[in-house]
Each structure stands twice: as C-alpha cells, then as structure tokens.
Design a protein around this ligand. Structure first.
Ligand code: GDP
Ligand code: GDP
Length: 455
C-alpha cells in the first residue's frame, strides 16, 4: 500500500538485485594464446578492448562483472599474461596462482588443438593444491571434428572437458551452466569462512610507496605473528598480524615483502596481484608516496578498491620528507585529484619515523564501520521525505520527478534503491548521495544508489 503505484513484485525484485553483497569470483586461467581473453570477452558480452590489446601494452583492468542465467559474478582474467625472468612455466603458474587464490571457482582454458602441454600440467598441479572447483574449458573446438581433441583432455584428471569455441560461441552456454554450478552464490571462500574471524586488510599501492616498510614498522612495534587460528585454513601468503590490540589478516603479505622486484614490464602482474588482494579483503589501505605528485597509477589503484566495493583508507606515507611548501601543494593536489574519494579516512604517516602509526587502526575501523552501516527503512524514508520537501528535483518538461520511497537493499558496501515517479538527473543523484553521507556518515565506504522509475 505504501508503495505508491509500484508493483510489489517489482519492488522486491529491485531490492533483491541491488542488495547483493560482494559477488563470487571466477578466475580464468591458462597458457598464453589458448583463448582466455576471447572467452572473457564472450562471457562479459562486450568488447572492452581486451583482445585488441597490443603485446607489451599494459592492461590495468583485470576484473570484470558478468552475468549468466540471472546470476552475477566477477571474472578475474589473466589474459594480460607477461613472461618474466622466471621463464614461461613459472610465469604462467605465478600469475594463475594469484587469480586462483582470489577465486571461488576457476575456468581452466586449454587449447584443444594443441593438447595438454607441460605448462598446462603445471597449472593442473596448482589447481589441485588450491582445491577450488574447476571447470575445464577445451577451447578452439570450432566444429564437430574438434570434439575428439576435447575428449582427449580427460587425461588432465580435472573431470569433463567442456568443448568450446570462444571465437564463435559454440558450447559456451553449456560451459557457463557448469560454471554456475561450481560457483557459490556468495563469495564463500573469501567471505563466508571468515565471518567472525579477523578482518581482512589489503595494503596496496604502487611500487616504492613504502608498503613493506610500513609492514615492517608495524611488525617491529607491536606485532605478534599468530601462526594459526584453530579451525581456519592456513594460507601462506596472508598473515595474521596484531595491530592496536586487534588481530588483522593482512592479505598477500608475501607480495608486500618480496624484495626482488620483477623487472620492467611487470605492471600487469602487479595489477593482477593488487586486484586479487582487493577481492580477498574487506578494507583496502592505499598507500601514497606524499613526496611525489599523485599519479595516474595511484588513482587506478584507488579506483580498483572503490569499484570492488571495498572500504577504503588512504595513507600518505613518507610524511617525514615534506617541507611546508610541498605540504601546501599536496593538500591542493589531494583536493583536486582525489575529490571523488573525499569520504575516505586519511592518515599522514611515516613508515620510517613511525609518525602517526597509531592512527592507522582507528581509520581502518571507521572505514569498516561505514562499510557495514545499515539505515533502518523508517529513518531513511523520513530523511528522504525531508529532502524531497526542502530540495525538490527541478521541473523538467512540465513534470517534477519525485522520490517516493527508498530502502537500503544491502551493506558491505551500502546499497540503496530509490523508487521515483520519474527519471532523476545525475546532478540530483549526486546531491542525494552527498546528503546521505552528511546525514549518516559512511566514512570510508563507497555507496551505491540505484533508481527505479515508476512506469
Ligand atoms: P589468451 O592469450 O589466452 O588470452 O588468448 P587470446 O584470447 O588472445 O586468443 C589467442 C588467439 O586464439 C587469438 O588469435 C584468438 O582469435 C584465437 N582463438 C581464441 N579462441 C578461439 C577459438 O575458439 N577458436 C579459434 N579457432 N581460435 C580462437
Ligand atoms: P614498497 O615497494 O611499496 O614495498 O616500498 P618499500 O617499503 O620498499 O619502500 C621504498 C623506499 O621508500 C625505500 O627506500 C624505503 O626506505 C623508503 N621509505 C619507505 N617509507 C618511508 C618513509 O616513511 N619515509 C622515507 N623518507 N622513506 C621511506
């Protein structure tokens, strides 16, 4: 009755759709040239210049949202493969490893016209070790005559090979059905298991901003390495670290600590690693080198965390190097370059001197609290009612679109659905977001607002 002309089923549907928490993650792995990017393009149903990429051109995007049979999930694509000093087998394996680790299920792509190679076997060993559900994609089966090649891949011991032509679309539907069966509704691997467990932090930032220094600093001061908590599976790259009297799980500490920086051209590798860490984390602490100008790469890393819907803290490191002048310009820079994340708690630290280390934990807690906030429907609607009365939407074409009611469909991060009598302009939506933040806080969290318009 209170739904003002909206079909109750539509309201339910809209809330259900918007209310999803973090989406389950599917990793697509395999050797170079087996067709991973072609497959990913087909699954996401658009061409985001994935295949068009020229060799050597860094791809900064590694996760995509996809939908099949009404279910949404994320894809981590390892198609931007780069060989590094380790050699082909180890490079493929290392890159697959991050993707697998962040995933709830894996599609392993093999070129059926080539058959299983030693590199494929190396990936199979990784997959076994990880124990995640695997769907075997026998790619490049463009016609019936290729089916026998697909059958031969039973030898990999990963169960049924799904014959697919990523290029033409043949067999991809059946394979995706198998993917949905393998994929949990929610990211159980990364989220479900950890309920009540230590909160998960991804400490990220471009090379040389001071990630490992910061980790060492907190480690030296009051770290207690908790080797194992009973009942949790031990993950060698994630480490439990006590900070401010609380035990946190730092994601991919092995990567933070790794001192041998890979040679140039490892940007994609770093992006993949960062994306994987963000997927596994609840809160991202993005470290920025305050002694340098904020770079495009810094912005990309922040965007990665925001798009993944994680809580966010920005830490400006190397604060000890700043003089008055640089500090002045930095403040201006932050205002202009990072305006879109003005809601993120900010700490100005020095891993070298230990300056303001104690402010890190409160900032992280603030961000997590914002991320988890739920506004009761009654309170939200009282607030929306006030806004509509005091700041109505501008009249357009003789009509005045009005927000009729709204609800918070989900949290982590907060997601709202507004039901309106007409299309709400972008400026008005931004205004609503700003007012929501002023009213309810949401420090340190992205918020999503979707609008449903009454037909
Ligand atoms: P990636 O390195 O694993 O991401 O592989 P790409 O997606 O870049 O594909 C490598 C090459 O294989 C490209 O030339 C694709 O057009 C081709 N390819 C991908 N899928 C298929 C397929 O199903 N059939 C055929 N015939 N070629 C394919
Ligand atoms: P990572 O690549 O992000 O892990 O960065 P590192 O921790 O390896 O640090 C890169 C360089 O910055 C090293 O030479 C550090 O000594 C230096 N560094 C890190 N934190 C600070 C800081 O707070 N102040 C200063 N002056 N130098 C720092």
């Amino acid at each position: 009755a209170a739904q003002e002309g909206f079909d109750p089923e539509e309201v339910e549907g809209a809330i259900g759709e918007a209310g999803h928490g973090p989406l389950p993650v599917l990793a697509v792995v395999g050797r170079p040239n087996v067709g991973k990017s072609t497959l990913v393009n087909r699954i996401i149903g658009r061409r985001e210049a994935v295949v068009e990429d020229k060799p050597g051109v860094t791809r900064d995007r590694v996760t995509y949202e996809a939908e099949w049979a009404g279910r949404r999930f994320k894809i981590v694509d390892t198609g931007g493969w780069e060989q590094d000093v380790l050699g082909i087998d180890a490079s493929v394996a290392a890159q697959a490893e991050y993707a697998i680790e962040a995933a709830d299920a894996v599609v392993f792509v093999v070129d059926s016209t080539v058959g299983a190679t030693d590199t494929d076997e190396a990936v199979v060993r990784l997959l076994r070790k990880a124990g995640k559900p695997v769907v075997l994609c026998a790619n490049k089966v463009d016609g019936l005559s290729g089916e026998a090649d697909a059958t031969a891949l039973w030898s990999l011991g990963l169960g049924q090979p799904h014959p697919v032509s990523s290029l033409h679309g043949r067999g991809t539907g059946d394979m995706l059905d198998a993917v949905l069966e393998a994929l949990p509704e929610a990211p159980a691997q990364t989220f479900g298991q950890a309920v009540g467990g230590p909160r998960r932090i991804a400490l990220i930032g471009r090379p040389n901003v001071g990630k490992s220094s910061l980790l060492n600093r907190v480690a030296n001061e009051d770290r207690v390495v908790v080797n194992e908590i009973a009942g949790t599976t031990r993950d060698p790259v994630d480490e439990l670290i006590e900070l401010g009297g609380i035990t946190w799980k730092f994601i991919d500490t092995a990567g933070i600590r790794r001192r041998v920086h890979l040679q140039e051209g490892a940007d994609y590798y770093a992006s993949l690693r960062t994306a994987a860490a963000v997927e596994k984390a609840e809160v991202a602490v993005v470290l920025i080198d305050a002694s340098e100008s904020i770079s495009v790469q810094d912005q990309r890393i922040i965007t990665m965390a925001v798009e993944a819907g994680r809580a966010l803290v920005i830490a400006y490191n190397k604060w000890d190097t700043l003089d008055e002048e640089r500090r002045y310009y930095l403040e201006r820079e932050i205002e202009t370059e990072l305006a879109q994340v003005a809601w993120a708690p900010r700490v100005n630290v020095s891993a070298q001197t230990g300056r303001h280390m104690e402010k890190l934990v409160p900032a992280i807690e603030t961000a997590l609290a914002g991320w988890e906030t739920r506004i009761p429907t009654g309170r939200l609607n009282a607030f929306l009612g006030e806004i509509v009365a005091s700041h109505p939407h501008p009249v357009r074409g003789g009509k005045q679109p009005r927000i009729l009611f709204g609800t918070q469909a989900g949290a982590k991060p907060p997601r709202f659905v507004l039901f309106a009598s007409g299309f709400l302009e972008a400026g008005y939506r931004r205004f609503i977001e700003r007012r929501l933040r002023e009213e309810f806080g949401f420090d340190g969290t992205p918020i999503h607002i979707s609008v449903r318009v009454r037909e």
